[in-house]
Write a protein that binds this ligand. Structure first.
Ligand code: KG4
Ligand code: ZN
Length: 364
């Protein structure tokens, strides 16, 4: 079974082809850096227009890479949310058109489910596993129980981790997106120089044990910058980046420790500690999480670096997982700008193939 995956929910236009034997047949990602760099962040309208221009050539190129035609695929999976709705609609309309013209199953994929299931494409990973999902828009701890069953233990009350990295980087004059630059600059920095807060560290009561909050950390970085005055030296920036990265690592480990203890106490037998999402590309965080997994005698799993940030492979793979459950969606599926993981698949999905005289979708 070969599934086409399309991702257009933020600033990556991405297409991939994946089969049910976990082979990544082709994958192309175009990151709209130049388009948004001048604004220091993603501009939704600009992103949507860029997706519109880029998607078709990228699709053709990806099919060519795999030496396949649309007739040969078995389904089309697309991010239907959460994300910037203009971009999401570009991808969804392309996917629906392919599904109609070529009479293929349509698979509406939750972007977060894509990140959450991605590690099962690259690793032999069984359910249930504890997932730390850290990206530009999200920060969540989730028990992944099946391709359609996610228990969210906690999420951020304000900023996501990637957002915190990006905003702090911008304050220090580093290019967009800031996360990878913070990691690079931090390599030469002194992580002990600036005493930054570890938001919510130690909080285990009132339903806060697995929650996050990063806006206070961001404000603390701003205050440090203000104290340092007009021009930051290279050393100041390196030390600030290293201190920020350490504060984030400590915070993530503290929250995950609570989650792992919760799972142990509720006899939830986990198979692994998994990290995914754009921020999972950070090697310092990966090393810290690997240590934590060792303390709990769990394997640690992280996708390859190039598949941490948004890509089409994760959407295609989530499509494979849905197809294996024979769960496909109606063509009137509405894109959802907000779509929580624990509200994953509304009652809309149907079994494919529909038993009609022509074996075509009843709604086509
Ligand atoms: O998953 P993703 O591509 O898009 C969303 O769904 O949000 O994540 C993008 C985020 C950005 O905030 C970016 O700065 C961050 O991931 N990121 C990193 C690194 N690479 C990407 N953060 C820290 N260290 C990195 N190496
Ligand atoms: Zn993402």
């Amino acid at each position: 079974m070969i599934i086409l995956g399309i991702e257009t929910s933020c600033d990556e236009t991405a297409v991939a082809l994946v089969d049910n034997n976990r082979n990544l047949l082709a994958h192309r990602v175009f990151t709209q850096l130049e388009e948004h760099e001048a604004f220091g962040g993603v501009v939704p309208e600009v992103a949507a227009r860029a997706h519109l221009q880029l998607l078709e050539p990228l699709l053709k190129q990806t099919l060519k890479d795999a030496n396949l035609t649309l007739k040969e695929i078995d389904g089309v999976a697309v991010t239907c949310g959460p994300g910037l709705i203009g971009g999401v609609m570009v991808g969804v309309m392309m996917a629906k058109s392919i599904a109609v013209v070529h009479d293929k199953p349509f698979l509406a994929i939750n972007h977060l489910a894509g990140h959450a299931l991605m590690p099962r494409l690259t690793h032999d990973l069984k359910f249930p596993y504890l997932l730390l999902l850290v990206s530009g828009g999200h920060c969540q701890i989730v028990i992944v129980k099946s391709p359609v069953d996610f228990e969210v233990l906690g999420s951020t009350q304000d900023d996501a981790v990637g957002e915190c990295f990006d905003k702090c980087a911008k304050m220090m004059g580093l290019p967009y997106p800031g996360g990878p630059h913070v990691e690079k600059v931090a390599l030469t920095g002194d992580a002990k120089r600036f005493p930054l807060p570890r938001p919510l560290k130690g909080r285990t009561k009132d339903g806060m044990a697995c929650q996050f909050s990063f806006s206070g950390l961001k404000s603390a970085v701003r205050r440090q910058i203000e104290k340092l005055g007009e021009s930051l030296s290279e050393k100041d920036i390196a030390d600030l980046c290293a201190s920020l990265q350490l504060a984030v690592a400590d915070t993530l480990k503290d929250r995950l420790t609570n989650a792992l203890e919760f799972c142990a106490n509720s006899s939830q037998k986990l198979t692994a500690l998994v990290v995914s999402g754009g921020v999972a590309a950070n090697q310092f965080l990966r090393d810290n999480l690997e240590e934590l997994a060792k303390d709990f005698e769990l394997p640690f799993v992280a996708p390859p670096l190039n598949l941490c940030t948004d890509n089409g492979a994760m959407i295609a793979w989530a499509g494979v997982e849905k197809m294996l459950l024979k769960a496909v969606d109606d063509l009137d599926f509405k894109p959802r700008p907000r779509w929580p993981l624990d509200d994953i698949y509304p009652s809309s999905f149907k079994l494919w193939p529909f038993k009609t005289a022509t074996n075509r979708c009843p709604h086509v």
